[in-house]
Design a protein around this ligand. Structure first.
Ligand code: IPE
Ligand code: IPE
Ligand code: MG
Length: 252
């Protein structure tokens, strides 16, 4: 199922965001502060993922999207990259059965061709196994980049309409890697940096942004509640005026 771009459709101001997208940042600094190797921060970060997935289920959130590895993260020391890959493999091996039992659908988006064959097979099997689950869709963005996503979508769109040179947003959107989900209502970045770092560039056009100093390994359900409380106090105008929103509410 695809969704109309939120730049055109006005989603109901829900008490709880339907889709939360998170840049899980600060693992390395969390570890360094404790005189631990950076990898200890990544391992602890996996535990935080578990806690936040549970919190999303409890709060009725439908889509949780997590930035786990960016297309730029290959620039890190080879040792750290290979450990992150190993952590990803172990997490898949350990968590998928539990996710399936909890009715969670798992998706992994990004340029997966750069991962080794074993990891690609694990991802494919996890996605297949959980494909029909409906309680929560967890998307892991791995070797993902917002620019990569837009470019691969453009490529597919052009191929589908040979000879055409005039395209609309509606023709592009179904080819984006996360076309199965509505656009994020709430974007969270932990770790204190206030930037997108090439995350969902297209899809965040009208998301509400929330930044916290908290390092990802310390993020949990109560931290998520702070973000949701902030989200609830926003007025999502999508270009309209405050007065127009009041009128629309009265009319409905
Ligand atoms: C986020 O934490 C995890 C990944 C990017 C894989 P970092 O590893 O970026 O942690 P900091 O920003 O160095 O503290
Ligand atoms: C963004 O974090 C990517 C992930 C969390 C996976 P980074 O730590 O890589 O971002 P920059 O380099 O500080 O922008
Ligand atoms: Mg970082």
């Amino acid at each position: 199922m695809t969704h109309i771009s939120s730049t055109q459709a006005i989603p109901d101001v829900a008490i709880v965001p339907r889709h939360v997208a998170i840049i899980m940042d600060g693992n390395g600094r969390w570890a360094t502060k404790r005189y631990l190797p950076r990898v200890a921060g990544h391992a602890k970060g996996v535990e935080a993922v578990r806690a936040v997935v549970e919190a999303c289920i409890d709060r009725g959130i439908e889509y949780l999207t997590l930035f786990a590895f960016s297309s730029e993260n290959w620039r890190r020391p080879a040792e750290e990259v290979s450990l992150l890959m190993r952590l990803f493999v172990t997490a898949l091996e350990r968590e998928v059965a539990k996710m399936h039992a909890n009715d969670i659908r798992l998706k992994v988006v990004g340029d997966l061709s750069r991962f080794d064959a074993n990891l690609q097979a694990l991802i494919a099997s996890a996605e297949r196994r959980t494909a029909n689950n409906t309680r929560l869709t967890v998307t892991i963005c791995a070797n993902y980049g917002g620019r990569w996503d837009i470019m691969q979508a453009v490529g597919k769109m052009v191929k589908l309409h040979p000879g055409t040179s005039d395209f609309s947003e509606e023709q592009l959107a179904p080819h984006l890697a996360m076309a199965y989900a509505p656009e994020p209502d709430l974007f969270i970045r932990t770790g204190g940096e206030e930037r997108i770092s090439n995350f969902l560039l297209w899809q965040l056009a009208y998301s509400e942004f929330y930044f916290t100093e908290t390092y990802w390994p310390d993020f949990d359900g109560s931290q998520l509640d702070l973000a949701i409380t902030s989200y609830r106090n926003r007025e999502r105008r999508f270009g309209r005026t405050s007065e127009q929103l009041v009128e629309r509410k009265k009319a409905s």
